[in-house]
Design a binder for this molecule. Structure first.
Ligand code: FAD
Length: 386
């Protein structure tokens, strides 16, 4: 007999298990996850704000609290930002995924591990989902299957604007400061994005993302960065790689279909962070999908409210962030060094120390409103926009 559910969630990462837990209760919800457990392989630097950590509703292990950042420009100029309070938490991302999955199970969600989704067919009365362990039927399908979402591709012409490619390693290396991370921009270590060094105890989480086709592989750049820090392969304790969709997907809903997380392209383009958008989008999905299931009204038109509402919540940061990213990728190393010379002043450090890391693009306008800074930025911005 074919198993039948109210909602089939494809992907057992944070987007899938948070959405599934919100929908469970008196509904039959299944999560289809290709791996044999939650939390591995891990593809994340694990940096979130306290607000995001509170939104998960579970408590992941915290590896460190970060109070400041050194942003290193291509020619070595160091822009130091310090804050009185904690700006970010370094969490154990695998532990987070495991705890979110446990919570979903506690709420009655069935998680089918070791099961690969291969496609689905929507008809008037439901969805037939094909998986490696057989077919299931569901009233609604939720694509939470990550950056290369197959569910998202079932909605035509639905690719994200671009991907950046990331790699990271936890390395036996004690950083100079216990609670200050280092971010590097420029073509040497992270062309088209940035690299990070995040301390935790006697270890440092080192990683980077880069644009596609920027020359070299993420692994080449990681080796170069590690060599510059005086460390190497022998010091690596664990390593991970992944890609991040940027610029959003054109559609995040369809007939009996909703998308969330990386599958929906809900990622902050300036930082590559996907956990905050998931925490904001999931309650909206839970409410709208819940009402649609209750009313048996699962048409694309009805579900389109989801996209409207999550965009009202986080769409501005995602679109403004992507405009900033487009400008950033048009800047040469020389331009970036020019920016360092423009912003290397106490009033800019003070603005940046108050940055809301969940809405990082909001820092641009107070910086540009400063007449001495704004006027010097103008030619660079004009050039970057062309
Ligand atoms: C290098 C790197 C560093 C990052 N650092 C941060 C950070 O510091 N902070 C932050 O907020 N974000 C960070 N991110 C982004 C963050 O990791 C993602 O946004 C987040 O994992 C998205 O969650 P998700 O549940 O949407 O997708 P995923 O976590 O990718 O989960 C998708 C799940 O779907 C499963 N799946 C896929 N296809 C199928 C299939 N066909 N059948 C069955 N299962 C399937 C996968 O196995 C996976 O378990 C980083 C990303 C990378 C690559």
């Amino acid at each position: 007999m074919i198993a039948t559910y109210d909602a089939a969630v494809i992907g057992g990462g944070p987007a899938g298990t948070i959405a599934a837990a919100l929908l469970a209760g008196d509904r039959d919800v299944v999560v289809i996850e290709e791996h044999s457990s939650s939390g591995t392989p891990m593809q994340c630097a694990g940096l979130v704000t306290q607000d995001v950590a509170d939104m998960f509703g579970v408590r992941p292990d915290i590896l460190n609290s970060i109070r400041g950042a050194d942003v290193v420009f291509p020619s070595g100029g160091k822009f130091e930002v310090r804050s009185e309070g904690v700006k970010a938490l370094l969490i154990d991302r695998s532990d987070l995924d495991r705890k979110l999955a446990e919570r979903a199970t506690d709420k009655g969600v069935e998680i089918r591990y070791g099961t690969k989704y291969s496609g689905h067919r929507v008809s008037g009365d439901g969805v037939s989902v094909s998986t490696s362990t057989g077919e299931i039927r569901s009233r609604l399908i939720i694509g939470a299957d990550g950056h290369s979402s197959k569910v998202a591709s079932s909605l035509r012409d639905n690719r994200p604007k671009e991907y950046v490619y990331g790699i990271g390693a936890d390395v036996k290396l004690r950083s100079e400061h216990d609670d200050v991370m280092t971010l590097r921009i420029g073509s040497e270590f992270a062309p088209g994005f940035f690299s990070w060094e995040i301390p935790f105890g006697d270890m440092t989480r080192i990683g980077l993302c880069m644009s596609a086709g920027a020359g070299g592989t993420p692994n080449d750049h990681l080796k170069k960065l590690m060599a510059a820090l005086g460390t190497g392969a022998e010091d690596i304790v664990s390593k991970y790689a992944g890609k991040i969709p940027l610029g959003g997907r054109p559609r995040t809903y369809g007939e009996r279909t909703l998308l969330i997380g990386d599958a929906a392209g809900q990622v902050k383009p300036v930082s590559g962070g996907g956990l905050y958008p998931i925490c904001k989008a999931a309650p909206i999905l839970g409410r709208i999908a819940g009402e649609a299931l209750r009313d048996d009204s699962l048409t694309a038109k009805h579900l389109s409210r989801y996209e409207k509402e999550w965009k009202k919540e986080i769409g501005k940061e995602l679109s403004r962030g992507y405009r900033i990213r487009r400008m950033f990728t048009n800047l040469s190393d020389k331009d970036l060094d020019k920016i360092f010379r423009i912003i290397n002043r106490d009033d800019m450090r003070s603005i940046l120390s108050g940055i809301d890391l969940d809405n990082p693009s909001s820092v641009a306008s107070p910086m540009l409103r400063n007449p001495q800074v704004g006027i010097r930025f103008l030619p660079l911005m004009m050039r970057a926009m062309i």
